[in-house]
Design a protein around this ligand. Structure first.
Ligand code: PEP
Ligand code: MN
Length: 308
């Protein structure tokens, strides 16, 4: 691909690891979970506590919501950011939240540990430049009509401003299929890993728009080699103010985390002596055999218990 000076895969195949408050994206599976929108303090904090208990690594929640209709709930703005801040103090989970306007980047950055650029703003080049200058880790969602090359060029805008901390997020694209909200393009996981050193996570919530499909697509994403997942979880999905069809209940999220742990143990098991093909690649930079246990003094990674 042309003109990818900073984003293209490195000759030595070294992948970038993005550090978010000690959580290393690109090293081990990272799960970002939380409500589509911050609605109330109770809804957000109870969700934060539940996803933390289930093993999530970061809390997501929108305070600025890019909605199709101008009359739909637009988010709580600053009030929402303050609620996220409380949830962070309560749980210790770093905050992932969307920024939609260049004028908001610096002050939203005071509350966010990761600034999310939504699908609808992927090619908002002035916003990309602004978040590039912020130095904050950026979660760059794929535009719903964008090619891989266009998406990677948008990441290039951010890196070109001196910010190397970009996490890509596949969230589904528009195709002729209307059964699902979008068509989740899991082929982007190996494609991004082939073309770029940046980590890629999968958002099966917006990718399918259907609650029952979140679990199978999350497991498929893990098997495809995704570096993480972003999943919407709500205290009372049928009454959510946005995306009520695709948010998991606390119980569903907890069950999913159990299955993800088992699936990850299965993947790591491929590196054992009775699986000769995968064990050949052990220690050569593949996922197999990586980061099995926490170092002394560190909190164990929520998935690490599955391998010991
Ligand atoms: C979101 O994650 O809250 C969101 C609006 O997603 P997307 O930009 O992918 O539609
Ligand atoms: Mn949503």
């Amino acid at each position: 691909m042309k003109n990818l000076k900073l984003v293209a895969a490195r000759p030595d195949c070294q992948r970038s690891v993005i550090n978010v408050q000690g959580i290393e994206v690109g090293k081990d599976l990272v799960v970002i979970a939380g409500p589509c929108s911050v609605e109330t303090e109770r809804q957000t904090i109870e969700t934060a506590v539940a996803v933390k208990r289930a093993g999530a690594n970061m809390l997501r929640g929108g305070a600025f919501k890019p909605r199709t209709s101008p009359y739909a709930f637009q988010g709580l703005g600053l009030k929402g950011l303050k609620i996220l801040d409380k949830a962070k103090k309560e749980t210790g989970l770093p905050i992932v939240t969307e920024v939609v306007d260049t004028r908001d980047v610096s002050w939203v950055g005071e509350y966010a540990d990761v600034l999310q650029i939504g699908a609808r703003n992927m090619q908002n080049f002035s916003l990309l430049r602004e978040v590039g200058k912020s130095g904050k880790p950026i979660l760059l969602k794929r535009g719903m009509y964008s090619t891989l090359e266009e998406w990677l060029n948008c990441a290039e805008y951010i890196l070109a401003e001196g910010n190397p901390n970009v996490i890509l997020c596949e969230r589904g694209i528009r195709t002729f299929e209307t059964y699902t909200r979008n068509t989740l393009d899991l082929s982007m996981v190996p494609a991004v890993h082939h073309e770029s050193h940046l980590p890629i996570i999968i958002d099966p919530s917006h990718g399918t728009g259907i609650r029952e499909m979140i679990e199978p697509m999350s497991l498929a994403a893990l098997m495809a080699g995704a570096d993480g997942l972003e999943i919407e979880v709500h205290i009372d999905p049928p009454n959510a103010l946005s995306d009520k069809e695709q948010q998991l209940t606390f119980q569903q999220f907890e069950d999913l985390m159990v299955k993800l742990r088992k699936a990850r143990a299965f993947i790591l098991g491929l590196g054992s002596a009775d699986a000769p093909i995968a064990s050949e690649s052990e220690g050569k930079g593949t996922r197999a055999g990586k980061g099995k246990t926490a170092r002394a003094g560190e909190e164990p990674h929520p998935f690490s218990d599955a391998v010991d």
